[in-house]
Write a protein that binds this ligand. Structure first.
Ligand code: ZN
Length: 132
């Protein structure tokens, strides 16, 4: 908040942020959010999911680390709905399995995803294939 200019009383402050969210599924999602960052987001199907009535719903990925890339404030008319969260990009976290490149290099067995998920059908139905 600037506090410099008087604002009309019928406005509300929107906090417009761009975050890099490090997720436990092994992705880093870059998202634009009107507000503060969430504790979990829908990202991918790596962690498994559930099926009910033939509808597959993947588990949400939890946010482990947050990097704030930009932050802006805007006064908007009161009652303005918050902007929908937008996914700007998604990339792998940098510890994918790899062989050591040199004798002193450790390499890594990979740490992500934190767990490998399975699909669990609540009512015994199977996911339906939806043609494009
Ligand atoms: Zn993911």
């Amino acid at each position: 908040m600037t506090g410099q200019q008087p604002q009309p009383e019928d406005t509300q402050l929107h906090r417009l942020c761009v975050f890099d969210l490090s997720l436990d599924c092994g992705h880093i999602a870059t998202v634009a959010i009107d507000g503060w960052y969430p504790v979990s987001v829908a990202c991918c199907e790596r962690l498994g999911g559930t099926i009910q009535g033939g509808v597959y719903v993947p588990y949400a990925s939890h946010v482990e680390y947050v990097n704030l890339l930009s932050e802006n404030y805007e006064h908007r008319p009161a009652g303005t709905p918050r902007d929908a969260t937008r996914l700007l990009g998604r990339r792998d976290r940098t510890d994918a399995p790899r062989q050591p490149a040199y004798g002193w290099d450790k390499g890594t067995a990979g740490r992500f995803p934190a767990r490998v998920g399975a699909t669990w059908s609540i009512d015994g139905s199977i996911a339906q294939v939806v043609p494009d």
